[in-house]
Design a protein around this ligand. Structure first.
Ligand code: GLA
Length: 384
């Protein structure tokens, strides 16, 4: 072969490779990677006049996530079913007013301590800290004005390898009774394989306790109740609680209980069982001890919705996963005129165990100055 023929062969090989690389993008919804973007629009004003934003992350395949900087909240998540039909698979409100008055923690970030602290008290470095008792004498989801009710600042919303948005909140020393100025960054990333990744990072200037999670309510059918959704949890144990949902400290096997989701089982199959744990929580509202070892990212749960074929898998670096079957939802005026009632959505909240500040045997939730808190949780969508 002479030089010209060589060049022609090289050009031809590269052209074929180029077509092969682009082809998969064209197969899914007709959008190319060039369509990846982050849009921003007004989500309304708070009572004090503060403007609140709504960001829309779009991935290369056209899947979208709406996020507001009020409570760093996931507002909508539009994903295809097995026929390619898009539906919004999370509960939410049409504007910021809905979130400002929300009592169900819909879609938002919980902090400084997600879930419960017994009696709203804990001791750290010999000092007793008193927190709001906003749930049956216990402290829940960070108190009266938790991270779900504050305005976060956008730091970066540029699509690079994926559409992503970072939001920052600085919680001052003494806020809601917690010690230390704490800086928290939450980054939502919508990847081109239809995964919503949530990365958390935090640091403090004084020893504190910290437990962050996202409280999205999912409904993979986009409507109706969630009782026919099938769930698998990668957890052989859970943390049983007392009647006020405070863990007893025991790590109990799920074997032989309605909490055994080691095989894909419909959420509704045993939800009304006459079991003490189920009665205490009025359904599922329990922290599962994930089988994974250490702080590595590993699969925690899978959910399958039979009518639409949507599948959601949850992976996390956290040791626990709170499965909540939406037992307290009641006549909630949601998005686009929808009313959410009992069990119309479920939460899978990746977190440390409830009441860890008072349970020395649970994995520690103490954050020291100089250390960095990190967490990654991924909700990935496919169909079958
Ligand atoms: C968590 C709690 C529940 C409930 C919901 C919000 O899942 O464990 O008991 O408070 O949040 O209603």
């Amino acid at each position: 072969m002479n030089k010209t023929t060589n060049r022609l062969v090289i050009v031809f090989v590269f052209a074929v490779l180029g077509v092969l690389c682009l082809a998969p993008c064209d197969c899914f919804g007709g959008q190319k990677s060039g369509n990846r973007k982050v849009d921003k629009k007004s989500f309304g004003k708070l009572a004090d006049g503060t403007n609140i934003e709504l960001y829309t992350l779009t991935n290369a395949r056209g899947v979208q996530a709406d996020i507001t900087n009020f409570g760093a909240t996931l507002v909508a998540l539009r994903v295809p079913d097995r026929a390619g039909k898009i539906a919004d698979v999370v509960l939410g409100y049409d504007d910021v007013q809905g979130y400002a008055t929300d009592e169900f923690y819909i879609g938002s970030i919980q902090g400084r301590y997600a879930n419960r602290i017994a009696g709203g008290r804990f001791t750290l470095g010999g000092v007793e800290y008193k927190l709001a008792q906003n749930n049956n004498g216990n402290h829940l989801h960070g108190g009266v004005r938790g991270f779900n009710k504050v305005v976060w600042q956008e730091v970066n919303s540029q699509p690079t390898n994926a559409a992503s948005l970072s939001l920052v909140y600085v919680s001052r020393d003494g806020e809601e009774g917690y010690p230390g100025n704490l800086k928290v960054t939450v980054t939502y990333t919508l990847t081109d394989d239809d995964a919503l990744k949530i990365d958390y990072q935090a640091s403090t200037d004084k020893e504190t306790v910290l437990n962050l999670t996202n409280h999205a309510y999912f409904n993979l059918a986009g409507a109706g109740n969630i009782l026919n959704h099938e769930l698998k949890l990668y957890a052989n144990r859970f943390t049983p609680t007392d009647a006020t949902s405070i863990p007893t400290g025991e790590l109990r096997s799920v074997k032989g209980t309605p909490l055994d989701f080691s095989r894909l089982t419909s959420i509704g199959a045993r939800i009304n069982s006459d079991d003490e744990q189920m009665r205490f929580a009025a359904g599922y509202d329990h922290n599962f001890v994930l089988d994974k070892k250490g702080g590595n990212l590993a699969i925690a749960a899978e959910v399958y919705e039979p009518t639409t074929g949507r599948v959601m898998s949850v992976s996390t670096t956290e040791p626990g996963l709170q499965f909540y079957s939406g037992n307290f939802l009641k006549e909630v005026k949601g998005k686009a005129g929808k009313i959410y009632d009992r069990r119309d959505g479920f939460c899978l909240e990746a977190q440390h165990f409830p009441d860890s500040p008072n349970k020395p045997k649970f994995p520690s939730t103490v954050l020291k100055p100089g250390a960095t808190y990190t967490q990654t949780t991924i909700y990935k969508f496919t169909t079958r």
